[in-house]
Design a protein around this ligand. Structure first.
Ligand code: FES
Ligand SMILES: [Fe+2]
Length: 358
């Protein structure tokens, strides 16, 4: 069988994918892949990620072609990954380089490779609709990770919920006033009533909310010497594999919150959301922030409180999903005004998922 022409099919032979294919998804942060193989299920596909002796990132199907042990149970060597059962060594191309104790390595001793790219300290993996197909575009750029104005901290969650519940959460930050009162919340009334501008550009959705005259929430106060009030902004850009969320605030009267080069306190969040299965996902986040000269320790505070905030989101989203399962067909949804951005994103994902089957 020629693997280059395999498409994903269900048991009846009908092409099937639950996710948009032919695009880059986040597989890891660069710092996750060191001297051990890392096994992850991404879009229902078991993948092993590793870094060879020259620092090159590679990804293969996580299954030895000899007796199917996951290669992520093995070890990393300069040339590739060695299976932890009988020692077959695989190159980043997926070709077996060595079978211990056997002189000849058959050419069919190979496993399926994935295209991976490391950029801005993010490891991207191309998930094709046709096995082995090459990427048709460059991986996304995420410049805040390499911007000298910022430092960033990062983390990863495994979620027991479908990936789109996280999109919904991030595209609607009105929940800050109810869920995140200890960190980035603030006045719920102001959050719920802030004018929301939703625009779409191709497969990307942008949600902008401006909140002048806000009371600075705890994280903002800890990181920046705000007075009684600040002018806050939230800019959320959704793309299928990740969201960029730029939030922050300035002292009233010092700048415009519509100036693209505005000063003040910045929180730049990266949110890579990669389905694991239809009902679980990986959530790769980072938070980059600038430093106020009088608040040297602001960065640690921002990252710690960001993690606390995301723990709160996980509590909400996983409880939401458990409830959806328990209520089954009765868990229908009613739309309200805050859902405009999230609903657009859902329509995009639905369209691209259908296209992936064509
Ligand atoms: S299962 Fe991998 S070498 Fe035997
Ligand atoms: Fe949240």
């Amino acid at each position: 069988m020629n693997t280059a022409t395999i498409k994903v099919h269900d048991a009846t032979g009908t092409p099937r994918s639950s996710f948009p294919l032919d695009r880059w998804y986040v597989a890891a942060f660069s710092s996750d892949i060191r001297d051990k193989p890392v096994g992850r299920t991404l879009l229902n596909q078991k993948v092993v990620l590793f870094r060879t002796g020259n620092g090159q990132i590679a990804a293969l199907e996580d299954r030895c072609c000899h007796r199917s042990l996951p290669l992520s149970c093995g070890t990393v060597e300069a040339e590739g990954v060695r299976c932890g059962y009988h020692g077959m060594l695989y190159a980043p191309s997926g070709q077996c380089l060595e079978i211990p104790g056997q002189e000849r390595v058959p050419s069919k001793a190979c496993v399926r490779p994935y295209h991976v790219a490391e950029k801005n300290q993010i490891v991207w993996i191309w998930m094709p609709s046709v096995a082995g197909a090459a990427p048709s575009e460059e991986p996304p750029v995420y410049s805040p990770h390499d911007d000298p104005r910022y430092r960033f901290g990062s983390g990863m969650y495994h979620y027991n919920s479908p990936w789109q519940l996280i999109h919904d959460n991030l595209l609607d930050l009105s929940h800050l006033g109810y869920v995140h009162l200890k960190t980035i919340g603030g006045d719920a009334h102001l959050h719920m009533n802030a004018a929301m501008k939703v625009t779409q550009d191709g497969d990307s959705v942008k949600v902008v909310r401006l909140m002048p005259g806000s009371t600075p929430p705890p994280t903002y106060r800890a990181a920046w010497p705000f007075g009684d009030k600040c002018d806050r902004w939230q800019e959320i850009v959704f793309r299928v594999s990740h969201l960029e969320i730029w939030t922050g605030a300035i002292e009233p009267g010092t700048d415009s919150i519509e100036n693209p080069d505005r000063g003040g306190f910045h929180m730049r969040g990266f949110h890579g959301i990669t389905p694991e299965t239809e009902t679980t996902c990986h959530y790769f986040w980072s938070m980059a922030s600038n430093r106020h000269p009088e608040r040297d320790d602001n960065f640690e505070t921002v990252v710690e409180q960001t993690e606390f905030t995301f723990d709160e989101d996980r509590g909400v989203i996983e409880a939401q999903y458990r409830n959806m399962l328990q209520f089954g067909d009765r868990a229908t949804w009613l739309d309200i005004h805050v859902d405009a951005g999230a609903n657009r994103a859902r329509r995009i994902v639905e369209r691209l998922t259908t296209q992936s089957l064509a």
